[in-house]
Design a protein around this ligand. Sequence first.
Ligand code: SF4
Length: 229
Amino acid sequence: MHICGMEKLSLVDFDRYTACTIFLGGCNYRCPFCHNAHLVCDHTSQPNITIESVLDYLKLRRNCIDALCISGGEPTLNADLPVFIQRVKQLGVKVKLDTNGSNPRMLNQLIKTDLLDYVAMDIKNCTSKYSLTAGASVDISNINASIELLKLGAIPYELRTTLVLQLHNTEDIMELSDWLTGVDKLYLQKFIDVGNCIQSGLTAVDMEQALEYKRLLSKTIDNVYLRGY
Ligand code: SF4
């Protein structure tokens, strides 16, 4: 596991909890809108924060840090993730996982062994445009398996889609609405170009269109929210 970055205190990553967030290097996708290009395409040149230093920090701060958010990159690519999380949980710290959902086997293992308190899973687009939007060949059966695992409801979760004008249109959203029928919660996130995206020249979906997408998705999903608008 390559921990490239650490945000020692975040008040926005995990609902009502104070959290520390770590960013793991490496990803099997190349989403054009990804703003962590350095973690995805070039993580070996990034800093290497040791597992022990993260655990030491959590131990020292456990009176004021409720949770650790594990983000990336794609954390589930790391075979040593479960053992690491076990050590975090032994400190009494909650764990939130950010994932692209491509590794249902690991997700299942983490859920079954009670290692996660919350999962935020990306849904890149409708199935017919999934690989295009992820910038990689995506096996949709893995995404479906991850969604089904989350729908079992063993732990709280959210799905989230970053809306990009060049990648999402009304037809895609209607297809997405059918596909995601019955999931608990979906966030539609505003794309922000921080100047470090994998592809340049992408733009956000405007507020009016985002509200229309929310309306369409609300036909099949109980809780649809905008984030960043
Ligand atoms: S946005 Fe895409 S490329 Fe970037 S870390 Fe997430 S899954 Fe990987």
